[in-house]
Design a protein around this ligand. Structure first.
Ligand code: FMN
Length: 222
């Protein structure tokens, strides 16, 4: 598979056949992924490879409250977990919302969970003095996460970049014995996808680019 095809077809796989990913293949995937950049090349990312069924089950249970909140907000037409627009969904509605299996089951059913953490002591966070939600810190770990998914896709495997576990980060850190200075960035359930999607719904270049100023003429390549 050439790199354009990998980039254009790496989708969020949540249904897995149950076929195992051999450690040798997983090692190769991570060996490709490790060339991702990080701020100042500090390389503070660490990955925990979780294969134990009881741990995966615990990880799935831990995301239940945050997943219910997500589903309740989607049902109310909101952008879930958005920090800018306040939610109108009550705690009672969230309590009564069924656990959405789509958000929990991949963590249970995947052959392996890759838990990405990053050492906060080596992050260069250039937006830390701004009066808004932080965005830059994650940029030193998500290239590694995405590289992993691209490499998995090229090897015929797949998974999903999930962040819902961060809502219960203290419990995940206790479960996996993650040191205090590390933050949870993503949990990637990985396996052999039941289906390999090839047509992803994404904005066109013209829809997300401008010439010279935000909101100005679209960039069409002509
Ligand atoms: C920052 C980020 C956080 C995400 N968190 C979750 C998550 O917690 N659970 C989940 O099932 N999917 C999660 N996703 C997956 C997205 O839902 C998925 O990438 C998107 O819907 C596109 O899906 P597609 O590639 O199949 O079209 C996340 C994706 C990103 C980039």
């Amino acid at each position: 598979m050439d790199y354009q095809e990998v980039m254009r077809t790496t989708f969020a796989a949540r249904d897995f056949t149950g076929e195992p990913i051999p450690d040798t293949v997983l090692y190769e995937i991570l060996d490709h992924a490790r060339f991702a950049p990080s701020g100042g090349n500090r390389q503070g990312g660490r990955v925990i490879v979780v294969r134990d069924a009881a741990t995966k089950d615990q990880m799935a249970r831990l995301v239940e409250p945050a997943s219910k909140r997500y589903a309740a907000q989607v049902a109310a037409g909101e952008n879930p977990w958005n920090p800018v627009v306040p939610t109108t969904v009550s705690e009672e509605t969230i309590r009564q919302t069924p656990v959405p299996a789509r958000l929990t089951e991949p963590l249970r059913q995947a052959d392996v969970l890759l838990v990405f953490v990053v050492d906060l002591r080596v992050l260069a966070v250039t937006d830390q003095l701004l009066d808004r939600v932080g965005i830059i810190g994650g940029a030193s770990i998500y290239p590694l996460v995405w590289n992993t998914l691209l490499a998995a896709r090229a090897a015929g495997f797949g998974g999903t970049l999930t962040t819902i576990s961060a809502a219960t980060e203290p419990q995940v850190k206790a479960l996996l014995e993650i040191p205090p200075s590390f933050a949870l960035a993503a949990v990637v359930p990985l396996g052999r996808p039941v289906k390999q999607l090839t047509r992803l719904k994404r904005l066109t270049v013209e829809e997300f680019t401008f010439k010279e100023h935000f909101g100005a003429e679209r960039f069409s390549g002509n």
